[in-house]
Design a protein around this ligand. Structure first.
Ligand SMILES: Cc1ncc(COP(=O)(O)O)c(C=O)c1O
Length: 367
């Protein structure tokens, strides 16, 4: 069976280093924040090209804390509208709703799966205060256009960069440095994945950075001095240690993903399937390679019979979830069509050429 994602194999590559690093960590006697977290924050900020990075507990908390901080700074208020794609993972929307803000769903471009300025602009009202873009499946949104739209309307821009570590614009700016603040997830399956839950926020705004440091730590920068109502959303230092090491191979891992994607795009030839848009640039890090198939169940059965594991990202859009009852009657046809037809093919830095070839051959033989 070709696995959808072989996490064990991905991390086995670093077994020797991880074991030595864990032993140092054990012997350090320091198990909360400390140098490990600080060092990773510095490295990740440098990698993204931002002035600051705050390590946090996971990607959802990263996004939640960004909006909490903006409320604390008085830039957002209860009930303010935040524009967000209708076809994202639920966590993006939870960050808005759990802050007492109002999500305004915008349909994506069906070819890139991402939202764009021309559609966003139609949903801006006098209550709109922010846009939460998602670089879905690892492909950057067109941030030049979105940022200039935001400037015209004086809106905050937040990136959900959970799937886009390392993606670059034409001018070599990376995900995380294309907005006011960005949330990253280091969930194990991500392009930069920890061995547990972990996340980070990147920003160039000092005031926001300093507030986030407090918010993630009971509202305190100095022990037993609590200046704001905070939380415990700290990045675990052992995860910071693992991430620090894996950051050194992120670019080469992303290149491997792109090589596989390029093969899929050029060698999969089957009129039953729709391949994703890819212009060959560095703006896509292929966290996921998502194709669309009309009769998905039949295709999935076929792939399984041929010993290839596939996945769906995602079977149900946020507005159709029970948790979002107030949106259940709304209709977002572009998003709904994507959710009904999407299939994610295996793609990872440890996928072998033979596996890629087998996947291509099996798909080309599908009728
Ligand atoms: C687009 C997107 N946003 C947010 C998250 C939440 O990240 P986490 O699982 O680390 O909380 C994820 C990942 O699961 C994601 O894919």
């Amino acid at each position: 069976m070709i696995p959808f994602l072989d996490l064990k194999q991905i991390n086995k590559r670093f077994e020797k280093e991880f074991k030595a690093q864990f032993s140092d960590f054990l012997n350090s006697g320091s198990y909360i924040l400390g140098d490990a977290v600080l060092n990773f924050e510095k490295s990740f900020a440098k990698y993204c090209g931002t002035s600051y990075c705050v390590g946090v507990s996971n990607g959802l908390d990263a996004l939640i804390l960004i909006f909490k901080a903006y409320k604390e700074l008085g830039l957002l208020h209860d009930g303010d509208e935040v524009i967000v794609p209708s076809n994202t993972y639920i966590a993006t929307v939870l960050a808005i709703l759990n802050n007492g803000l109002q999500p305004v769903f915008v349909e994506p471009n069906p070819y890139t799966f991402n939202i764009e300025a021309s559609t966003i602009s139609k949903h801006i009202t006098n209550k709109t205060k922010a846009i939460l873009v998602v670089h879905l499946y690892g492909q950057l949104c067109d941030m030049n256009e979105i940022n200039s739209l935001a400037k015209t309307h004086d809106l905050l821009i937040v990136e959900d960069a959970a799937q886009a570590h390392g993606a670059q614009t034409e001018t070599k700016e990376r995900a995380g440095n294309l907005s006011d603040a960005a949330g990253f997830s280091f969930y194990p399956s991500k392009n930069l994945g920890a061995l547990g839950d972990a996340g980070a926020i990147t920003t160039n705004h000092k005031e926001l950075y300093e507030l986030l440091l407090k918010l993630r730590n009971y509202g305190s920068a100095l022990k037993y001095e609590n200046e704001v109502l905070g939380y415990n959303n700290r990045l675990d230092p052992i995860q910071a240690v693992f991430l620090q090491h894996k950051l050194t191979v992120l670019d080469s891992d992303n290149s491997k993903r792109r090589e596989i994607a390029q093969r899929y795009v050029t060698e999969i030839k089957n009129p039953e399937l729709k391949l994703p848009f890819y212009n060959g640039s560095l703006n896509h890090v292929f966290h996921l390679f998502v194709i669309q198939v009309k009769d998905r169940t039949r295709f999935m059965d076929y792939m399984l019979q041929n010993h290839i594991q596939i996945a769906i990202h995602y079977p149900k859009p946020p507005h159709q979830q029970n948790a979002l009852k107030q949106f259940n009657k709304r209709s977002f046809p572009v998003s709904e069509a994507i959710h009904k037809t999407c299939v994610s093919l295996p793609i990872s830095p440890v996928q072998t050429e033979e596996q890629t070839q087998q996947i291509i051959s099996v798909i080309n033989a599908y009728q």
